[in-house]
Design a protein around this ligand. Structure first.
Ligand SMILES: [Zn+2]
Length: 71
């Protein structure tokens, strides 16, 4: 009888260990969303969309680059 309880205890430990290993990893906090960042078509740096200058499908970090891109 004691042997059966021991086996059940071992099975429980193995189950808990397996469950712990199978747990999905926590969401990464290192990756920040950059959906509001746009790339300057002239110099390539990323600027917040709200601070950028948009011309058609292109974004620019400043008026000088916008004018330079137009040529
Ligand atoms: Zn630029």
């Amino acid at each position: 009888m004691g042997r059966l309880i021991f086996l059940l205890a071992v099975a429980l430990v193995v189950y808990l260990l397996f469950k712990t290993v199978r747990r999905p990893p926590p969401p990464s906090v290192a990756e920040k969303p950059i959906e509001n960042m746009v790339r300057c078509a002239q110099c390539g740096i990323h600027v917040p969309k709200g601070e950028s200058l948009q011309v058609g499908v292109y974004y620019f970090c400043r008026a000088e680059h916008r004018d330079a891109y137009r040529g």
